[in-house]
Design a protein around this ligand. Sequence first.
Ligand SMILES: [Zn+2]
Length: 287
Amino acid sequence: MRRIYSYGDMRRDLQKLSKRYQGFLKVFWLAKTADGNRIYGIRLGNPSASENVVVQASMHGREWLNTELLICMVKRYCRRYQKAQYHGMRYQELFDQVCFWVLPMVNPDGVAVSQYGVKGLCSVRLQKLVKGLAGKDTKFWKANARGVDLNRNYSTGFGKATAKSRGSALYAGTTPFSERETRALVKLILKIKPQMVVNYHETGHLIYYKEDSRLVQTVHTLTGYRLFKEGEECNGNLGDWLTERGIDWCTIETCTGEAPVSRKQLYAEWKRHRNLFLAIAELWFIS
Ligand SMILES: [Zn+2]
């Protein structure tokens, strides 16, 4: 088994998928990062569906196993799209009603640092910056290539309970939305106005949420992960920003141990998550 699943691996998979399943799926990109990588997205299902769900992963560099997890899930929906059923409903029917917008790697620069060290970056300036901040500990890199923790860069509660120095975990950046990755995600959400957003992070087999919902309960039932209700305070993370806008969300912490985790965990996680999109889409059919 190969040790990593990289940005390049993902691009190859996206190319194959977009060729093979043109009618069902569309690959797009939102923006380029500071190091020139594309933030890719997959639109899965009916583009004029009345319901929309955003699913994002690898906002933190070292949590790249979730990228592969989402790609495996998407592949399965594509393969089974025309024939399979879930709880007696055809996949086609479910994806006709609900369109999924999947961002499998929001922070490709951070992933490159975690997987390859500073030589994973093209820009010499960014290489120097990350080297100065991370030293030899690049494997555990969470931030983007500018040293900002993207999950503290949103406006709601910005700057509270965060680290003060660039590169350290939880460093929020100088201003809200200072980072291209954050702006790209927010722009997409404001444009398509999803009813739900699912955030994939690692690790701990936990589901974070602020307000209980059918989404939270569905994810809990499917994965068996423990529920963890967050407090009232905000700290500039995406969930806080979504709550402020009345958008239903939860954050799923997959895998166990410390990220980056071994790819050996992938299969067990895939078994837990493979029906997730179907179970979410089904929510609009059961009342
Ligand atoms: Zn994370």
